[in-house]
Design a protein around this ligand. Sequence first.
Ligand code: GDD
Ligand code: MN
Length: 375
Amino acid sequence: MTRLSDPAHRGPFGRERAGVDVTVIVPTRNEQANVAELVRQLAAALGRRRAEILFVDDSEDDTVAEIERVAQDAPLPVRVLHRPAGERTGGLSGAVVAGLAAAAADVCVVMDGDLQHPPALVPALVDRHARGDADVVVASRYIGGGDSTGLGTTLRFGVSRAATILTKSMFPLRLHGTSDPMTGFFLVDRSRLDLSTLRPSGFKILLELLVRTDLRAAEVPMRFHERAEGESKASLRQGVTFLVHLARLRFGKMSLFAGIGALGAVANIAIVWLLTSLGLGYIWAAIVAAEVTIVANFLLAERFVFADMRGRASGFRRRFLTSFAFNNAEAAIRIPVLAFLVETWHISSVLATAITLAVAFVARFVFHSLVVYAP
Ligand code: GDD
Ligand code: MN
């Protein structure tokens, strides 16, 4: 059963309602113990603003009942959209998109339900958006005045930082200059979004929005607190979901880069065949073939894969030399590593070749995105 409590606040198409300027969307999963305090703090922060709170709930516990109880004497409209088991597509991100579709206002603030995101910051997001030059306002842990101590353990902090760096290297131009694309606290102007273009998955809905759309972004600093009550739903499984999400978002460019690499491998074999049949020794033939394909791959990648990034990167000569040096070093290292895997670890030579080529491919891609075409 999908429940939109307090039907008085609903209009046509299950959304609506006139007179609400801001919808605060809160995805929840077993947050019963945090609901009352969150609503209290949001109501205090929003004051006389015309706002509603919309919970999108995927809980197994009594969170829905608690929200409905709290809604009764809240000073602002509080609604809950409960997604029953079986309809919880996209997890946390899917819940946020469902909230965006059901929100009464176009100005939507998305935040966690465990008080890690300070409700007192909501007016700052709304006021920043009101300036009119941004469609998304990110509450960032990583700009001056921001703070990420709520991440707790060194391990979580490290994982979060590593994920942020990896993400920035994979989307150097698509994050619109945001310092914290992984935050779950942001404002988005729904009127600037086509929800049907989104493919939400896992925890990183802001990343999805930034990469798939052309929203203008602004930021305000945020202090990320410790969770108030209950337990985090972060898990190893979420980590894997995140990596798959990243790969899917990025797949376009990366598959092109892989295709050019495959073309280069075929050309490599053809050149070796040609030169040896002309009487050149196979070692020399292999060296010539390797250098020719390194240069050709660079020119193709330059033209087709990284064309949109050239403008902001260093000059052609510099890009070529960096790429050329990296590819030669990579080729020179790959052979001894292969020998090591086969001789010392006793991995079959075919498998070892596949492993070294796969690692080399990822390394080349990351190096080109991050270094050769660095803005
Ligand atoms: N509806 C719904 N469905 N809500 C969910 C689900 C789900 O499957 N999983 C988690 N939530 C809710 C939680 O109840 C909480 O309100 C919020 O989403 C964040 O979940 P936590 O379990 O507290 O996750 P976290 O603290 O590890 O992650 C948060 O911090 C990250 C930054 O480090 C999230 O805000 C992430 O979006 C954020 O990137
Ligand atoms: Mn949390």
